[in-house]
Design a protein around this ligand. Sequence first.
Ligand code: NAP
Length: 286
Amino acid sequence: MSARVIDGKAVARQVRADVAAGVARLVEDGAAPPGLATVLIGDDPASEVYVRNKRRACVAVSMKDLHRHLPADVTQREAAALIDELAADPQVSGILLQLPVPGHLDADALIASIPASKDVDGLTTASAGALAQGRPGLRPCTPSGVIRLLDEYDVPLAGAEAVVVGRSVLVGRPMAQLLLARDATVTMCHSRTKDLALACRRADVLVVAAGVPGIIGPEAVKPGAAVIDVGIHRGEHGLHGDVRYDQVTEVAGLVTPVPGGVGPMTIAMLMANALQAADSQHQARK
Ligand code: NAP
């Protein structure tokens, strides 16, 4: 049996179309178009590509691209002053600090000064706390993209056994919280988990975000499970994930490819977050 393959590109396209429609509605309601401030510090080529893609996506949904670029040798004080300026600017609905920042800067301190209402990456302690306490707020883009994929493919979450491999602040932890908020029974695995395959085999929904190429094979997958591969690795033969896709498709019921699975969802959900932020700010000003 071969698993159904999740088409992340198609779902991401739909999310972007929904966001574009939402932007139009917001403007009709008298709001200024949402503005997304991506902040790039330094000249890391990979970060430049990520930021360029985010800016393009922003323009494509008729949001304002309020990008700012700081030189690699900027001081902590100067970087913090920019975040404060963007935080106070009513044109800016969302602020995204592209990570990693140059080593001499304290990224945590910079992120901490982003107001929760503009935290479109969902990475501040306030946003993480709101998620953990089940309060409304902006959620990290990659895990909320995973939930959207599972919903689009009608994967039941309430009461499901969900296993998340990885416990990073960016992916694993918020992923587990989002699944918990949807009433899944959640197990979190990490590098100290004793028998990873055993833990994963209980999963109806298995989300893998370990950053280890091919760490999950068919021995770790319950027959019929939904397997979501967040990992991205560039190899000799192009991109691949944390899941041994060719083998796992023989066991799983539903699976994401790499590329074309979770990847396209991250920027789409960033656009959705920017719209949500702008909408909340507009309602608050009314
Ligand atoms: P990370 O910060 O390196 O975290 C990796 C997590 O996996 C850690 O919690 C680590 O456990 C755990 N882990 C490492 N080796 C393991 C093992 N052998 N068994 C079980 N768990 C293990 O990575 P991340 O930022 O969460 O990213 C994970 C992957 O997703 C990467 O490949 C990244 O490129 C990709 N990613 C993709 C997107 C996207 O848009 N598709 C977005 C973000 C990230 P410990 O906590 O014990 O160290």
